[in-house]
Design a binder for this molecule. Structure first.
Ligand SMILES: [Zn+2]
Length: 596
């Protein structure tokens, strides 16, 4: 696949004689501003767009050629700079960043070289169709039936839902080829893209004119600006505005269907006929979820929308404060945590993915705890563990091998063309979902265990997205330290600013003894074989009642404590699952009888 991609590139360069002989740097330009008018014709599955984009040269070299890419089912119609048509060569470019597994690439020769940091405005026009297409999955062997549940994007007369870059390039992107079959390459290309475009401004007005015989559909765009939801107006057209002053981790998405509107602003709920019971489950979840979220995170600051799928097996998707999830089934637990998640996004905007998503996933677990106890919450968190375990084990292994305690900038272990395989990701700056969702959920949970609900609530309520900037890179740490009156720099170093892998805590020894006045005591030595420190809970199984304590064990360190017992202790269990460890097989320790 990659080979074909390069052949395509070579062909393109041969055809475009003005292109430089040096390799084209597809990621040289960042699109820093989008301003698009998009028209849909669902009957023909068509999309047509025109508008302006602003490109900034983020490379170190002057650039004359830019590679603008769209989904391969869309075609470039016109590209103009300063009101004049510019020369471009259009070609297919294989890449799994799009659901079709390929892009329509325009190699554009700009009228003049663009110097590093300089920008150029380009007028564009393109059109084509967006049918259901699972090619990027089916060609690596995923059965079509399963592929369509994950690749559900389409424009169609009955149901339209289209996600942006990473799913369907319905607006231009500038990326290197991504390949599903090569490990993480696709995710690396998408993560790089998101990081490059985080500060970009995006505006698209999506419009559909009425077609004869159709009942008026509702149109939804990822909430973020005004008029996120449109209904048919007197001019017989429906439109929605998708706009953000900064994209951050948002994926611009639009949906259109004969939705039943059960919205109670700022909470918008759109369900499809036949899913009334499931929609009611969501509707009923709103009030208790909103109460919980406002206690922890404050009142909502932006509209939240949850929209149904026509196919009940479609994989759920969220972007910003829009969640798409099937309402075909009645699952009140899932509805509750889903609503909590979106409400947290509304209450706590942030440009830091680990704060924005991490807190939303943490809140799901806290809500589950409120309803079903700590174990229920830890079970929910446990579903996240596998997501980052393997890559963190790699980090731990690399750190152990280097024999140093103080790594670590992300380390590039492989460099090939523009692709870099990075081992380890500091949470503070990552655009990798497994980190900013799954690892971050654990980090917030551990912080909460360490400082307590009240201190963490206090810190969260003081959080302001506009203050979380590069002026104080330790802003979040300082908020929590001030509320908890506790030094947390070691924790933030190991878990947030650096990636130091995971802890691996076990009981090194336990000795029982009696004081002069007959009190039973056990001296416990815990050892952390891992490369990140943690405060872990441990429980002493004891006649007369189990005792749970918490203790800080730094990376490669030991911690010793004495615990008074109500009776004879038999066993010590380290970590109830709240601390992600690289090895959970060494967490139960039998206290030897001879230690009496
Ligand atoms: Zn989220």
């Amino acid at each position: 696949m990659r080979l074909l991609g390069w052949l395509g590139l070579l062909f393109g360069l041969t055809a475009s004689l003005t292109a430089p002989a040096t390799a084209l740097d597809r990621e040289a330009f960042t699109i820093i501003r989008y301003d698009l008018e998009v028209r849909l014709e669902p009957g023909q599955q068509r999309l047509g767009a025109r508008g302006k984009i602003t490109l900034r040269n983020d490379s170190g070299q002057p650039q004359r050629v830019v590679a603008l890419q769209l989904s391969s089912s869309l075609n470039w119609r016109s590209i103009r700079v300063d009101g004049k048509a510019v020369q471009f060569v259009s070609q297919p470019y294989l890449s799994d960043i799009d659901h079709t597994g390929a892009l329509s690439e325009a190699l554009v020769t700009l009228p003049a070289e663009i110097k590093p940091k300089d920008s150029v405005e380009v007028e564009i026009g393109y059109e084509g169709v967006i049918p259901l297409d699972g090619t990027r999955l089916t060609r690596i062997g995923v059965p079509e039936e399963i592929a369509k549940h994950s690749s559900w994007d389409q424009i169609s007369p009955s149901f339209t839902a289209v996600r942006g870059a990473g799913y369907v390039a319905w607006y231009p992107i500038t990326t290197a080829s991504a390949d599903f079959s090569e490990g993480n390459s696709l995710f690396e290309v998408v993560d790089r893209w998101k990081a490059r475009e985080a500060g970009s401004e995006f505006r698209a007005r999506v419009t559909m004119s009425r077609e004869s015989g159709e009942s008026p559909p509702l149109m939804i765009c990822s909430p973020g600006g005004q008029r996120l939801i449109g209904a048919m107006d007197r001019a017989q057209q429906v439109s929605a505005e998708c706009s953000w002053t900064r994209l951050d981790a948002v994926t611009p998405t639009f949906a259109m269907a004969n939705y039943h509107d059960q919205s109670k602003p700022p909470f918008y709920l759109f369900s499809l006929p036949g899913h009334e019971a499931g929609a009611a489950t969501y509707s009923n979840a709103v009030e208790p979820a909103a109460k919980f979220v406002s206690e922890w995170f404050g009142p909502p600051s932006a509209p939240v929308a949850i929209a149904d799928f026509a196919d009940p097996n479609s994989a759920p998707f969220e972007s910003g404060t829009l969640l798409m999830a099937s309402m075909a089934a009645q699952d009140s637990k899932l509805a509750g945590t889903n609503v909590v998640h979106e409400l947290v996004h509304s209450a706590l905007p942030s440009s830091r993915p680990w704060v924005y998503e991490g807190l939303a996933h943490f809140a799901e677990a806290m809500y589950r705890q409120q309803q079903g106890g700590r174990q229920a919450a830890l079970d929910l968190l446990g579903l996240h563990r596998a997501a980052f375990l393997d890559s963190e084990k790699e980090v731990s292994a690399a750190l152990r091998k280097n024999g140093e305690q103080t790594v670590v900038e992300p380390k590039i272990v492989e460099q090939k063309n523009v692709e870099q395989k990075i081992v380890g990701q500091p949470l503070a700056g990552t655009f990798d979902e497994t980190y900013y969702r799954s690892k971050a959920a654990y980090v917030w949970w551990m912080l909460c265990d360490m400082v307590g609900d009240d201190a963490l609530k206090q810190a969260i309520r003081k959080y302001r997205a506009e203050d979380d900037n590069n002026k104080d890179p330790k802003y979040v740490e300082h908020l929590i330290e001030a509320a908890a009156k506790r030094d947390l720099s070691w924790f933030f170093d190991d878990w947030v600013y650096q990636d130091r892998g995971l802890p691996d805590v076990h009981v090194q020894s336990a000795h029982r003894w009696k004081t002069e006045n007959g009190l039973q005591i056990v001296t416990v030595t815990l050892e952390n074989l891992g490369t990140a420190g943690a405060e872990v809970p441990f429980t002493i199984i004891c006649e007369g009642g189990d005792i749970t304590k918490r203790i800080e064990v730094r990376a490669k360190g030991i911690a010793i404590t004495r615990v008074e017992l109500p009776g004879t202790a038999s066993e010590i269990v380290v970590n109830d699952g709240s601390v992600p460890e690289s090895d959970l097989t060494n967490n139960v320790f039998k206290i030897p009888a001879s230690s009496n």
